[in-house]
Write a protein that binds this ligand. Structure first.
Ligand code: ATP
Length: 301
């Protein structure tokens, strides 16, 4: 099967002033993959998710989920998608258990076994009224609600927000199991480490535009490297500084550290003219790669 989510030039502007939401987003999420949708606050993640769920009408372009138009056939879409919205209003007096039973009736689900398994694994409090739950505990109820009927597609907006680290880990295990069952997961995040751990591919959105879509490994692989060279005596750092792709060079007598944005060939040949004691050549984290798209202060490259 082809794409589970497919958007073409999907665009949303807000209000009469046509203020920015998202612009010309072309996206294809394949069946059985875990897709991470990355961007800082205000980049357009929630807007995209609300469009996919048919909660917002596109200003331009279109989007399909399982082949259904997300706006005109939103009932068909929602029947196949488990969704955690960015913000959700929960009935204050209801307990988590009441809410799950309510959704189970709506969806015609009789067996609540998986709902209770999820509640136990996420350490959710199903017996308390919602108004007495902390943000993180409400988030757990929202996640159970999105997942307990094992929908073929999960669309989750910042699913780990407010969860403590152990529960985040458990949630990521559940995401991996969901993929093992051949189901598809699309989630937005700005926690790069979790995306690096579970996502097969990532899309990076900046100022409403999708700037990169890559397999997670490939994105990190094609990025720069951290290099640390230690020689048996002081070396002149200037020839290293002059190499193409060398940035942020720091010299400390016999020790040079820098980032390298080109292939290592010229650097290795230059280093080999001296006596090397040790060399480290390391991939960056996804977090560091992400910063190269945004700059340290959100500027971008
Ligand atoms: N209802 C609205 N009316 C006007 N502008 C809006 C509205 N909702 C979002 N925007 C604008 O659209 C842009 C994208 O917002 P969106 O909420 O989709 O970003 P996000 O990536 O989900 O951010 P966050 O991580 O903060 O939720 C922002 O510039 C935001 O100010």
């Amino acid at each position: 099967m082809g794409a589970v989510i497919e958007t073409r030039a999907l665009t949303k502007t807000y209000g009469r002033r046509k203020s920015r939401g998202i612009k010309d987003v072309d996206l294809a999420v394949e069946e059985g993959e875990v897709f991470g949708f990355l961007g800082p606050n205000g980049a357009g993640k929630t807007t995209t998710i609300r469009l996919l769920m048919g909660f917002l009408r596109p200003s331009g372009g279109r989007a399909r989920v399982f082949g259904f138009d997300v706006w005109r056939e939103s009932v068909e879409v929602r029947a196949r998608v488990g969704n955690l919205p960015g913000e959700f209003a929960l009935e204050d007096r209801m307990t988590g258990e009441d809410l799950i039973r309510f959704f189970a009736r709506l969806r015609g689900v009789k067996d609540l076994g998986y709902a209770h398994e999820l509640a136990e694994r996420l350490d959710a409090e199903l017996e308390r009224p919602m108004r007495r739950l902390s943000r993180g505990n409400k988030q757990k109820i929202g996640l159970i609600q999105a997942m307990f009927h094992r929908p073929p597609l999960l669309v989750l907006d910042e699913p780990t927000g407010g969860l403590d680290p152990l529960v985040q880990e458990e949630f990521l295990d559940i995401v991996e199991e969901t993929r093992d069952e051949g189901r598809t997961v699309f989630f937005s995040s700005h926690v790069l480490s979790e995306v690096e751990r579970v996502c097969d591919r990532v899309g990076i959105i900046r100022d409403g535009e999708l700037v990169e879509v890559e397999p997670t490994d490939a994105l990190v692989d094609k990025a720069f490297r951290h290099v640390r060279l230690v020689f048996d005596g002081p070396v002149d750092p200037r020839p290293f500084e002059a190499l193409p792709g060398v940035e942020d060079l720091k010299a400390d007598g016999a020790r040079l550290t820098f980032t390298l944005h080109e292939s290592p060939d010229a650097m290795i040949k230059l280093a080999a003219k001296h006596r090397l004691v040790s060399m480290e050549y390391e991939r960056p984290s996804l977090e560091e790669v992400f910063l190269t798209y945004y700059g340290q202060n959100g500027g971008g490259r």
